[in-house]
Design a binder for this molecule. Structure first.
Ligand code: ADP
Ligand code: ADP
Ligand code: MG
Length: 673
């Protein structure tokens, strides 16, 4: 029996596991790194122990220390979550040696499935179809090139120990092979301490379909149907849905292939068998097996009505699987959207920062489920995964689920760091997504539509920003009501110069706003173009009421609108009807002028570190001629490589850092002229 459980993870999955443990009457112990001390998951656990400093190697990957804490706190089991030690067979072994139950599969199965090469050989023997390719030991680059040629381009190079889309490169033609190989090896060495690769036929129009499986210690196996995870960027999932759009014949067949895969390695506990489904030939092929609970497991829970963490804990303490295959049914449709801190407009570069303002949709049991590990005020740090939350919705059919997804996405309001919220919304409203017609190339194919930026914003929001600002200026003075009366009842006017910006606005928007107080307690607000002094829009008889700390109701002769806003120092953030944050900077304020920093991010001559990173390679030296689009620096952050390209033609004026150096966010790396 498990009576006390240590969760060797952090963030949302730690919260998720603790929730079920509580329900089952199991006591929980959290471990935290220094920067996680005040996290939500720490406050949810019955007990919490410090595991080490922020870097995961010294904290969430410090297996020895984790086992020590499990002993000290009398835990009989460890749940590894996903990521970190969840697929680390040595750790699972250490648990067993120390008489602690590892809530997961047998170590032998982790080892076999941890290698994308070995698992493919085992699957071939078990008659599970695998992607054609080279999975052998020979890593000689000319030999690999010959293999790629005989498979036929395009091919995909993958890290043998890969995961999370890292160390993967598509090679469309022979001439690109060696560079891609080098870069894939470099990335996998960093992420997995191993640079072996395999080569696969690159399937051109595939769907990613994966099957949830479970086994117990008594030789029982079931699958809990499949998920479609084809909406991906950087080979990483962003939107997943269950069930996938396949017929029951195919569902039964892919389900039993997945169970065959699990049986072939004597599997027990939760696992996911990933297949690539070729839409052209209607064939599915085994890709890999993930020997853990998966990020997107909630959508399968929603359609089956089962709690997989509960299943995991029951299996781990020796019980039989709670249900047989016949007892499992699909009910309705579920979708998950992963909300990340990242910049979709800059190649999905991971972001970080403080969640200064964080509003979520309302949970509705069985319909809207929020899986998040953060609260307002928390940091999304560069040390861990940049995922902020998962939104999981359920509907009686796919279109009902999409409707709920869109409604709930609109209810998120985030300030402090970049997010992919607007991008998720445009994805989930795209006609092809609505029709269910997509493959793994969806994002790439529709990039232009999905990442469309705008060049103007509605006048309503400019007015709302100014009125919010006025309301706050007045609120901050002690003589609030007297002053307000004075201002509104005496003839007077004031001028504001403000700039609007948002991730999806690709130009500088500057406005002059004149506010008149004609003496009747109301305002007349005129928005003007500051350079031409032409009137863009005039609102008359404007009045406002603060409905909450961060919501203002504004009426004018033409309409009445509720707007959420946030005052950030001298700036004001206004949320549009979709929850997008519009930032307004007031230029004629007495406080410091912030425009200088925002200016040089626009300057195409300046190449700066977009986040704390390590320089992998600077491709240029002083005096080199470069042309627009040319890759200038390769940097590595969060274990991934990012390429920064020149925005314009030019000559390199200065290179400030060398290969291998650590660079802080915002530091100049290369300057052009
Ligand atoms: P999937 O489970 O969908 O195959 P991934 O491979 O993206 O997805 O999930 C595993 C990844 O989850 C890890 O590589 C790691 O980056 C990330 N991860 C690990 N721990 C957490 C956590 N607590 N919260 C969010 N993400 C995490
Ligand atoms: P990881 O361990 O990083 O999750 P996978 O092998 O599961 O790596 O592949 C991740 C994604 O890359 C898949 O979901 C799919 O979109 C794409 N992919 C993988 N193999 C192929 C292939 N042979 N052809 C086309 N796309 C592929
Ligand atoms: Mg995978």
């Amino acid at each position: 029996m498990i009576n006390k459980l240590l969760i060797a993870n952090r963030g949302e999955i730690a919260c998720r596991v603790i929730r079920t443990a509580k329900k089952m009457g199991i006591k929980t112990v959290a471990i935290y790194s220094d920067i996680d001390r005040d996290s939500k998951f720490v406050s949810m656990a019955d007990q919490a122990y410090r595991v080490g400093p922020a870097p995961s190697l010294q904290s969430y990957l410090n297996s020895q220390k984790i086992i020590e804490i499990a002993h000290d706190s009398n835990c009989s089991a460890i749940h590894p979550g996903f990521g970190f030690l969840s697929e680390n067979a040595d750790f699972a072994d250490e648990c067993t040696t120390n008489k602690i139950i590892f809530v997961g599969p047998p170590t032998d199965a982790i080892r076999k499935m941890g290698s994308k090469s070995e698992s493919k050989i085992i699957m071939t023997n078990a008659k599970v179809p695998v992607v054609p390719g080279y999975h052998g030991e020979n890593q000689d680059k000319d030999y690999l090139f010959e293999q790629a040629r005989s498979i036929g381009f395009p091919v995909l190079i993958k890290a043998v120990l890969g995961g999370g889309g890292k160390g993967m490169r598509i090679v469309t033609k022979e001439s690109e092979f060696f560079e891609a190989l080098e870069s894939a090896k470099r990335e996998s060495l960093k992420a997995f301490k191993d640079d072996r690769v395999l080569i696969e036929k690159y399937i051109q129009k595939p769907r990613h379909i994966e099957v949830q499986v479970f086994g117990d210690h008594h030789g029982n196996y079931v699958h809990l149907f499949e998920r479609d995870c084809s909406i991906q960027r950087r080979h990483q999932k962003v939107i997943e849905e269950a069930p996938s759009n396949i017929n029951w014949d195919l569902r039964n067949s892919i389900g039993s292939s997945a169970v065959d895969a699990a049986k072939a390695v004597g599997y027990y506990n939760a696992g996911t068998v990933e297949f690539i489904f070729d839409l052209i030939s209607n064939q599915y092929y085994f890709m890999e097996m993930n020997t853990r609970l998966q990020v997107e497991h909630p959508i399968s829970e929603m359609i089956t009505g089962e709690d997989f963490v509960e299943w995991q804990l029951r299996v781990a303490q020796g019980e039989k699987l709670p249900k047989t295959q016949d007892q499992l049914k699909i009910r309705g449709h579920s979708i998950e959207a992963r909300i990340y801190s990242e910049d979709p407009y800059n190649n999905f570069l991971p972001g970080n920062g403080n969640l200064e303002f964080f509003r979520e949709p309302k949970e509705e049991p069985g319909v809207i489920r929020l899986e998040s590990g953060v609260r307002e005020g928390d940091d999304i740090s560069i040390f861990y995964d940049p995922m902020i939350a998962k939104l999981v919705v359920w509907g009686k059919d796919r279109s009902a689920a999409i409707g709920t997804l869109n409604k709930a996405l609109n209810d998120y309001k985030v300030v402090g760091l970049p997010t992919n919220l607007r991008f998720l919304r445009t994805c989930s409203q795209h006609p092809d997504f609505l029709k269910g017609e997509y493959d793994t190339g969806f994002i790439e194919k529709h990039k232009k539509d999905l990442l469309q930026q705008v060049t103007k914003i509605e006048n309503q929001y400019i007015m709302s920003a100014v009125v919010s600002k006025i309301s706050q200026n007045l609120k901050n003075t002690k003589l609030h009501s007297t002053l307000q009366n004075f201002r509104l009842n005496h003839h007077k006017s004031e001028n504001f110069i403000l700039k609007a910006s948002a991730a999806f606005i690709n130009t500088e928007l500057k406005y002059e706003v004149n506010v008149e107080y004609p003496g009747n307690g109301l305002m007349n607000i005129t928005i003007k173009n500051p350079s031409k002094h032409t009137v863009i829009k005039r609102f008359e008889n404007v009045a406002y009421t603060l409905t909450t700390e961060s919501q203002i109701n504004i009426t004018s002769s033409e309409n009445t609108v509720n707007t959420d806003f946030l005052i950030r120092g001298e700036d004001c953030v206004v949320f549009n009807e979709f929850g997008d944050a519009l930032h307004f900077t007031f230029e004629n304020n007495l406080v410091e002028n912030r425009s200088s920093t925002s200016n040089d991010t626009q300057d195409p001559n300046i190449i700066k570190a977009p986040m704390p990173c390590t320089l992998v390679k600077v491709n240029v030296k002083q005096g080199d001629k470069v042309s627009a689009g040319q890759p200038i620096v390769i940097l590595e952050a969060m274990k991934m490589e990012h390429v920064i390209k020149a925005k314009k033609d030019g000559v390199v004026k200065a290179v400030k850092f060398r290969d291998g150096e650590f660079v802080q966010a915002g530091k100049l790396i290369v300057e052009l002229e």
